[in-house]
Write a protein that binds this ligand. Structure first.
Ligand SMILES: [Zn+2]
Ligand SMILES: [Zn+2]
Length: 499
């Protein structure tokens, strides 16, 4: 299969160039970086070490995409604000190339699609901004500037730890397009979201241990002892890299082989809990979901708005989803793989359904507990636009560098209790204006303390109107009588309803 094989100038070990397009290879024995020029090979020095990131893929893993087999021949590991991701370089059976982006267990396969016609400027692209290309409307979903950590195997261009990737991921319904600005003239890569099972991936890491491999493919839930306090934290190995201990609130990084404390919190800094704890299990639609963590959120521009909780759930084979708890009820939300075909300031179209925009606000994370795939922190702010159709809510969430769509449906508290297998008492009960008025409207309030207030005002009304009523002004007596009657009606009504 090798097109070209040489002896490594550094250690003498065999180094293969399988793809005709490869310009660089890293020796698997001594990590020497070898650059191929015509028929000569130059040694550019030692490549930096890769970070252990629990990726199930490795060099020489194989798979199938669109009816054609491929082999993983190289990788670039990159670091960005949410952690580390891999771009695995693929060689297809027909000699063509592709990339498999590996974002902590979420995969996107793209293939070169030529130069971009009239591309936008990298610095001008905002999350959600539209770009017309190839007869479609594309929307910017993810804008990343990332630093190369290291490379391995063979690659079509030279990289080292100084190399910076500047890429924008665009979405158009199910379609995916990456615009790569790293080397001046932007280049397009087109593809779609994939799973390792869907790619029939073979020769994965730990292939001998079938159970472990199955666990890695589907995502297994594990527990890890908090390095600060020893309490168990529920994690998905390789997928939840950022932890905030539910017991001591310490921030922990779990990207390496062992967990490391980033920020310790003293007991005094611990704050309110939530209605559901990280680590709890929910049985929903024949799947077992684990509560990984929660975010307590509020509206920074309006402190009177009640807070709400967002619980991150995980199920093997299904991935992540959300359960939202607000003062007025519960919702289940799913991040959408297929984007709306169009959206404006007033409406959005998802599939065949039209949604109308209801509101727009900024949402701020106030407290974090548990394990997340990104570094969720108190103070994080995103802009949310809500589009509604009946009881369904389509949410567009815009951060500084990304945009995410999700669809939420209401669920009853009884249903949440059934899923959890215990009675849920919402921590948010009694904070909403609606909940304050509810007992009054339903007559479940004690009218006794209202009586002295009503008597005081009755006397005041009578005294102040005395000079109009005397001597025997029937009109004034009638008007005063009406006021007293209206004052006492709600109290009598409450007394009748309460007894
Ligand atoms: Zn070597
Ligand atoms: Zn702890």
């Amino acid at each position: 299969m090798a097109m070209y094989q040489i002896a490594c100038p550094g250690c003498g070990g065999p180094v293969e160039f399988r793809s005709a397009a490869s310009r660089m290879a890293v020796c698997g024995y001594c990590r020497s970086t070898l650059l191929r020029d015509a028929d000569s090979v130059r040694d550019l020095g030692r490549m930096a070490a890769l970070i252990e990131d629990h990726s199930p893929l490795q060099l020489m893993s194989t798979g199938r995409f669109a009816g054609q087999g491929f082999t993983v021949v190289g990788r670039i590991q990159l670091r960005y604000e949410h952690g580390v991701w891999n771009e695995w370089y693929l060689l297809f059976d027909d000699g063509s190339e592709g990339w498999l982006g590996d974002f902590a267990g979420q995969f996107v396969l793209t293939r070169p699609a030529g130069a971009a016609n009239s591309p936008p400027l990298f610095d001008k692209i905002q999350p959600g901004s539209r770009w017309s290309h190839g007869g479609r409307s594309w929307y910017a979903a993810d804008i990343r500037e990332a630093q190369c950590v290291a490379g391995e195997g063979e690659l079509p261009f030279p990289v080292d730890a100084r190399w910076t990737a500047r890429v924008v991921d665009y979405r158009s319904e199910h379609e995916f397009l990456t615009l790569d600005f790293s080397d001046g003239q932007p280049v397009c890569f087109r593809g779609k979201g994939v799973t390792l099972a869907g790619l029939e991936a073979q020769r994965l890491r730990d292939a001998d241990d079938v159970n472990l491999r199955a666990g890695r493919l589907e995502g297994r839930v594990d527990t890890l002892a908090c390095p600060a306090c020893g309490s168990p934290i529920t994690v998905v190995p390789g997928r939840t890299q950022h932890l905030t201990c539910p017991s001591c609130s310490s921030q922990v990084a779990a990207s390496a082989a062992q967990a490391e404390v980033l920020e310790r919190h003293s007991a005094e800094q611990r704050e309110v809990g939530a209605s559901i704890r990280p680590g709890e299990v929910m049985h929903i639609e024949n799947r077992v979901w684990r509560v990984m963590g929660w975010l307590r959120c509020g509206v920074p521009d309006d402190p009177s708005e009640p807070e709400w909780y967002e619980y991150l759930l995980f199920a093997p084979q299904a991935g992540f989803s959300w359960l939202i708890e607000t003062a007025t009820g519960w919702q289940r939300a799913q991040v959408l793989d297929a984007w709306p075909s169009s959206f404006t300031d007033s409406s959005a179209r998802l599939g065949n359904a039209g949604y109308t925009r209801r509101c727009m606000y900024r949402s701020q994370v106030r407290q974090v507990s548990g394990a997340f795939p990104w570094r969720a922190q108190a103070g994080d702010v995103v802009e949310i636009a809500e589009y509604v159709k009946g009881a369904s809510v389509l949410n567009a969430e815009r951060g500084p560098h990304e945009m995410v769509w999700s669809l939420a449906e209401p669920v009853s508290q009884d249903e949440v209790s059934t899923w959890l297998g215990r009675k849920v008492t919402s921590i948010l009960r009694g904070v909403a204006p609606a909940d304050v008025l509810a007992p009054l409207l339903s007559g479940k309030v004690d009218p006794a303390p209202l009586r002295p207030v009503a008597w005081t005002f009755s006397v005041l009304i009578a005294v102040m109107n005395l000079r109009y009523m005397l001597p025997l002004n029937l009109d004034a007596i009638f008007i005063t009588g009406i006021s007293l009657f209206l004052l006492w009606v709600p109290i009598r009504k409450l007394e009748d309803g309460g007894s």
